[in-house]
Design a binder for this molecule. Structure first.
Ligand code: FE
Length: 187
């Protein structure tokens, strides 16, 4: 990476300062906290939840989260019957504006190939076991469509505000590789 960056800079193709701004943006300003705010609001506001399911791109853009790799978003809600997981079997397509940059495991060949064959086994590796009757649906991202899992709102969270709710939403729960934290974790 560094060697490539040096060559491209020397030849004048890229501006290192511009590159620093881009990297900083995705490391600090854009990240899974954006997605967590979307999910918490959907838990708290039924009208927003409906909008998110109908037109996730517009609902998410209304909160200011737009940009590359998030042009066409689809939200898939977890229920008692269905648990959703997201993968990109071809490469590493991922909804940057709401989740930031993808974790290394998301881009790894073992995750990408195994989650479609053995989603329950992959979940077990993440320490998650679902009720036997709960169906698992795996969504394959493409260059056009990016999926955001809407986890189920944890029990005993009626007293929490949106900010507190968003603290329960983990990155992995929005990929479907994890579950939200329990209400007991809120101080
Ligand atoms: Fe991809």
């Amino acid at each position: 990476m560094r060697a490539l960056q040096t060559v491209l800079t020397q030849k004048g193709y890229i501006d290192p300062a511009a590159l620093d701004v881009l990297i900083d943006t995705y490391q600090t300003r854009i990240g899974p906290r954006n997605g967590a705010r979307v999910i918490a609001r959907a838990w708290a506001e039924p009208a927003f939840f409906d909008w998110l399911l109908r037109d996730a791109s517009a609902a998410i853009a209304s909160m200011g989260y737009t940009g590359r790799q998030g042009e066409h978003m689809v939200a898939v809600p977890n229920t008692g019957q269905v648990h959703n997981m997201v993968v990109c079997t071809l490469c590493s397509c991922y909804p940057w504006p709401v989740l930031g940059l993808p974790p290394v495991w998301y881009k790894s060949a073992p995750y990408r190939s195994r989650v479609v064959r053995d989603p329950r086994g992959v979940l077990a590796d993440f320490g998650v076991s679902l009720p036997a009757g709960q169906e698992i649906r795996v969504w394959d991202s493409t260059a056009e469509v990016r999926y955001l899992v809407v986890p189920q709102r944890p029990a005993d969270t009626d007293h929490l505000d949106v900010e507190q709710l968003s603290a329960l939403v983990t990155r992995d729960s929005m990929i479907g590789a994890g579950l939200p934290k329990s209400a007991a974790t809120v101080p």
